[in-house]
Design a protein around this ligand. Sequence first.
Ligand SMILES: C[S@@+](CC[C@H](N)C(=O)[O-])C[C@H]1O[C@@H](n2cnc3c(N)ncnc32)[C@H](O)[C@@H]1O
Length: 260
Amino acid sequence: MAIIRRSPTGLLTSVRSVLTGGFRQHNSLTTDLIENMDKKETWDRFYRENNAKRDFKNFEWFFGFDSVRDFILPLLRPQSDSATLRRILDLGCGTSALGPGIYKHSDWPVDVTCADISPVAVQLLQEQARSKPIQPGNPSSRLSFLELDCCRLQTQFGEQSLDVIVDKGTTDALLRSREGRPKAGSVLKQCLGVLSQSGCLLQFSDEDPDARLLWLERESGGLGAQAARIGLQEVGTLRGVCYYCYIISPPVHCDTSTPP
Ligand SMILES: C[S@@+](CC[C@H](N)C(=O)[O-])C[C@H]1O[C@@H](n2cnc3c(N)ncnc32)[C@H](O)[C@@H]1O
């Protein structure tokens, strides 16, 4: 019963779809996935076992690039004629094809970093890109891979150094873990710190707006003039579960200084 309370339908659906892929015997992995999705060891084991027998195949926790491309690609348009690369982070990329998809399909120049706490996932994704090089949509675009605990985001990325952060299921994983909630709050605050003023964080999630919007408002500094701006769009339904895109932008800093 306790497990069900901590694990809304979408999570159970995802875990079940993993189990039907030949993991039924690994009961401790199932428990880990339900309780410890904030732990590196859980994910190392998940990606190792998921890739033990088969040729590499991108694993999507839910939805692939095609389902979310229309939320992401329009944000990559350069802000001015002289603008340089738009800097994109796939936060908790796993072995998803999302980051490589952005690199491949963006006509505008992008610098995409795929980052995950699991070195197993990062290595698998990197090896795949090496063995089957992806043609970028723009010749100036870049794609890189990084082992990173997103709780330490600000040690890796400077203030206002990113334009778009994409989080597909990563905050969900932290929020639904036994010890992950404080980490999720810290990651959100750090995302807002490393995003440029015109940047945004996209969280793809199955969490109900009643719960997620309240959490986002609280953790990003509440309401008022200095609050982050939060929007919401429906992505679609998968296996009977509705998914959303939460769009979070840093607070607008008005320059109140008197001109000389
Ligand atoms: C639910 S999976 C989603 C993976 C991928 N985004 C997808 O859509 O398939 C959550 C991912 O978050 C990663 N993760 C969990 N905690 C993390 C942390 N503290 N820092 C970076 N990545 C983390 C896991 O390794 C896992 O790949």
